[in-house]
Design a binder for this molecule. Structure first.
Ligand SMILES: [Zn+2]
Length: 463
């Protein structure tokens, strides 16, 4: 009997563009390329796309990354779109699944933000692939029931979790299984084989027989086997990974296994076995969600800056939202609908003036329209400041925490331009307690705070 196997690639890069200019800075370490997106495109995205690997893989690609590919690497972008079409022609369903817009850890986000992130992720997917998504990848596989409930309400059918995030009878391998939702109904989950998924990340560099490698590991298994890992494993993290993946995915008449994709498999295997999820867990940290919240031993050294940075941003988000609602409630019956629809402006399929007019019956002056446009744009940057990458690593001095602080400051600048309220000084004050060491030239270690990062950004972009 041939064994069904899915290989799922999660393609994603932390966003790196300057929120004030929209441009990518030149990045040290990416040479001879301008930045890491360019480098990883050359090593992974492009060769995998043109080898046809994405036609047979199950995959998701971060909305910010695919937006960058559209702008700077259009051939690769078009070939990725084509991959989903090729699969659809062959199987009747596509093989790409969606992802929330900004890699936010959804269980740590308030309900309103969960909804926006998921709606924006769906809208981005539709724009890129020309169809409704069936499944959604959760950033870091971070899960709770309210998130699954919102996915279900938005018309999505499944997500992927790792086996350590699930309780129950997992004899059916990857499933799919069903999870009972608090307000009724079920949501389907596929469960990845954690060990095998991690193993591929190490073994994909071995110039040995990829098919024999996989055959040996899935011998006499029950049900579907799911290997889900970062797509960058294939070519970027592992140099021989593109060829390894090509070999694994190739269709062969006498093969002991058959490659299937999640959406296709779900059609013929509706879930019947019910399992429970371990809420507020993720695939890359065994301390629930501490890596992105209080900090945990997954990163070395003092991580006390993490909760301080998060609470400073939470407080700022409250203030931005309060001002937003205060300004819009008089003239907009559904102020959050305007935010949810703003993704069309980001994607270039709507203009903000028209969107504002469509959302209110009030006659607004040009000045009012301009200021509402800035407030809703501030909501975009306020969403981006919760990108999980900001908390993933050990040091505050890295580009990722700087990125979330810069996004916050761009939101502050737009609010100030719109309503002449300066949220900057209080935010800077809240950042002072986020302290971390950094190594300067000559290996001298100094302690700095997130307020220093704020000052550096403010020097380049006066608020
Ligand atoms: Zn951890």
């Amino acid at each position: 009997m041939t064994q069904p196997i899915t290989i799922h690639g999660h393609f994603y890069q932390p966003p790196r563009e300057d929120p004030f200019t929209g441009e990518m800075p030149r990045e040290a370490g990416a040479e001879p390329y301008h930045d890491f997106n360019e480098k990883i495109t050359a090593e992974c995205y492009r060769p995998n796309a043109f080898a046809g690997n994405l036609d047979r893989l199950s995959f998701n690609i971060g909305p910010t990354l695919i937006g960058w590919l559209d702008r700077y690497q259009h051939e690769t972008y078009a070939r990725i779109q084509e991959a989903d079409r090729v699969h659809r022609q062959a199987h009747g369903v596509g093989n790409a699944i969606a992802q929330p817009a900004h890699h936010t850890i959804l269980p740590l986000a308030r309900r309103r933000d969960k909804i926006t992130q998921i709606k924006w992720g769906i809208a981005s997917f539709i724009q890129r692939f020309g169809r409704q998504p069936r499944g959604m990848w959760l950033p870091e596989m971070a899960v709770d029931l309210p998130t699954l409930e919102i996915l279900s309400r938005r018309g999505l059918s499944f997500t992927i979790l790792s086996e350590e995030q699930v309780r129950g009878d997992l004899r059916e391998g990857a499933g799919p299984y069903r999870v009972r939702l608090p307000e009724g109904g079920y949501f389907a989950i596929f469960v990845r084989d954690r060990h095998l998924s991690n193993q591929i990340s190490f073994d994909a560099n071995q110039p040995k027989d990829a098919r024999a490698w996989l055959t040996e590991r899935v011998h006499a298994r029950q049900g579907l086997t799911l290997i889900a890992t970062d797509g960058e494993t294939f070519g970027h993290h592992q140099r021989h990974g593109v060829q390894f993946l090509t070999d694994l995915l190739r269709a062969e008449a006498e093969s002991p296994y058959q490659i299937v994709t999640l959406t296709d498999y779900l059609r013929t295997h509706p879930p019947t076995v019910e399992v429970e999820i371990n809420e507020r867990t993720a695939w890359s940290c065994s301390h629930h969600l501490a890596r992105w919240d209080t900090g945990c031993g997954c990163t070395p050294g003092d991580h006390s800056w993490k909760p301080v940075l998060r609470s400073a941003l939470d407080l700022l988000a409250d203030e931005i939202d309060a001002l937003y609602l205060y300004e819009l409630q008089r003239t907009f019956s559904r102020p959050w609908q305007l935010v949810d629809q703003y993704i069309d402006v980001v994607l270039g399929s709507a203009d903000v003036g028209t969107l504002i007019r469509e959302n209110t019956s009030a006659k607004l002056t040009t000045g009012q329209t301009l200021s509402i446009g800035k407030l809703v744009q501030a909501q975009l940057h306020r969403q981006r400041m919760f990108t999980s990458c900001g908390w993933f690593f050990e040091k505050l001095a890295r580009p990722e925490p700087r990125y979330v602080i810069a996004q916050a400051m761009r939101a502050i600048q737009l609010v100030k331009q719109a309503v002449d309220v300066d949220l900057g000084p209080d935010f800077r004050e809240a950042l002072r307690a986020a302290r971390s060491s950094k190594t300067k030239t000559g290996a001298l270690t100094v302690v700095h705070s997130a307020a220093d990062v704020y000052d550096e950004i403010a020097a380049a972009h006066p608020l």
